[in-house]
Design a protein around this ligand. Structure first.
Ligand SMILES: *Cc1c(COP(=O)(O)O)cnc(C)c1O
Length: 447
């Protein structure tokens, strides 16, 4: 098997050392012994480096028009991560009261928080305004009135963006593309709903419209869809100027930048995306005779995705004869769909490697499955792995930082895995493993 770890998939500090993989200088064997499996290992330096790349790329290519790179909390958030994000000079994009609560607990600078969500509750809106978040992204006509009323009652003028559906189709999986027309998010530009939203916002003195937002999907590899979407947002700025005589100051181009999960994925670097987009934005604004607004982004996966790796222990292996006479090895690990729902949710593909040792044994056709009571509980559908893998071996799945722990569930009453932070040969528990007591604590006894 290949002992090299492809740097486009693995976090920066991942190495093979004496056969075992180390991350942040910590051996996966020791990590597994100390913290148990399955476990998410977050490479702290890698996360911070990726966050800084977005910040420096934004400052470099957009210069005076640099807005904020808002880290999308839904990809993965904890108090520590919120602090790292703030230290790197990024903002934070939250879409629920729960995510906001983490930001508040981390004392995240309120003016750098952006609140999203297509169905924010009155309580969530109220909590966001009380914390004085920098901007709320409006997603429906009812919500415009709701935010206006709550802000008014608190004597606050709330800065807002209007989320637009630009009609751009990014070529990605159905459930993660969000800006074509038939979706729950935003106001459609094509149908005129977007302009209705502008008029509605303009009637409220407690709302200050600073600009428009569009997020066109996730795990996107080409920049053309982002460019088209940016141009459509700019057309709204032009229309606004023509109608109101003033210029919109902010555009948020969303997130969705793809990362490499397998050898065949070619991620776009922040530098590449930001350089291209700055050119498109500046040219388009110039052509339309408007000044360039401040441009913000919302990367989630591109920052945290590659910085985490999941470590599993093999429990059982089984040879299954297929209809065509060939065989497949089923290798069961001690987690599965409860710590990584993405393969089940949208056929997401991952890479996997034997992590505690190297093997020169012949490869055999394998399928890595979890321990849940579902046939679809698959981690990796089809992979060639050494034929000498036995119970007790460790397997590592890289690039699980985004939407892994954050989408984890307690299905089958599994306890959710810990997140272990590694840096300079030191490991520490960032989020502990759940316990059976955590599960039982939710039940209220009658007696
Ligand atoms: C999910 C989401 C993001 C982040 O997407 P990534 O693919 O993780 O970069 C950004 N903005 C909005 C509005 C989102 O819903």
């Amino acid at each position: 098997m290949k002992s090299e770890l492809n740097s486009k998939i693995w976090s920066n500090s991942a190495r093979r050392d004496n056969g075992a993989i180390t991350i942040g200088g910590c051996s996966v064997i020791e990590l597994a012994e100390q913290f148990g499996t399955p476990a998410f290992i977050i490479d702290e330096a890698d996360f911070k480096a990726r966050a800084k790349q977005w910040k420096s790329g934004l400052d470099r290519y957009f210069a005076t028009n640099a807005g904020t790179a808002y880290y999308a909390a839904k990809a993965f958030i904890s108090r520590d991560v919120a602090r790292w994000v703030a230290e790197a000079g990024l903002g934070l994009d939250v879409c629920t009261g729960g995510e906001l609560a983490v930001a508040i607990a981390a004392e995240f600078p309120p003016q750098h928080i952006e609140m999203h969500g297509n169905n924010k509750s009155e309580r969530e809106i109220s909590e966001a305004i009380d914390y004085r978040v920098g901007v709320i992204v409006l997603d429906s006509l009812q919500e415009i009135d709701r935010v206006a009323r709550i802000a008014h009652a608190k004597g606050v003028v709330q800065r807002v963006l209007i989320r637009l559906t630009t009609g751009v189709e990014a070529h990605t999986h159905e459930s993660i593309k969000t800006a074509h027309e038939d979706v729950k998010f935003g106001f459609s530009m094509a149908s005129g709903a977007a302009w209705d939203a502008v008029l509605s916002v303009s009637k409220h003195e407690s709302l200050q419209l600073i600009g428009f937002h569009a997020h066109i999907g996730s795990q996107i590899f080409a920049t053309d869809a982002f460019e088209t979407s940016a141009e459509r947002l700019i057309s709204m700025v032009v229309k606004y100027k023509n109608e109101f005589g003033t210029e919109i100051t902010d555009l948020n181009l969303g997130g969705g930048y793809g990362i490499a999960y397998t050898e065949s994925d070619e991620p776009i670097t922040p530098e590449f995306a930001l350089e291209r987009l700055s050119t498109v934005v500046n040219e388009s604004c110039k052509k339309n005779g408007i000044s360039s607004p401040k441009i913000s982004f919302e990367p989630g996966r591109a920052i945290v995705g590659p910085s985490m790796t999941t470590i599993y222990e093999v429990g059982t292996t089984k040879e299954v004869r297929l209809e065509d006479g060939s065989t497949r090895w089923y290798i069961s690990v001690d987690g599965g769909m409860s710590d990584n729902i993405r393969p089940g949710l949208y056929d997401a593909e991952y890479s996997i490697t034997l992590a505690n040792r190297v093997s020169s044994a012949d490869l055999r056709r394998s399928r890595i499955v979890g321990k849940h009571c579902e046939t679809g509980d698959i981690v990796i559908k089809d992979v060639q792995l050494p034929s000498d893998i036995v119970p007790g071996d460790l397997l590592a799945v890289p690039a699980t930082g985004a939407y892994g722990r954050s989408m984890a569930s307690n299905y089958n009453h599994m306890v959710r895995p810990p997140v272990i932070s590694v840096l300079n040969k030191e490991a520490r528990i960032m989020v502990r493993r759940e316990t059976y007591a955590d599960l039982l604590a939710l039940e209220i006894d009658d007696d």
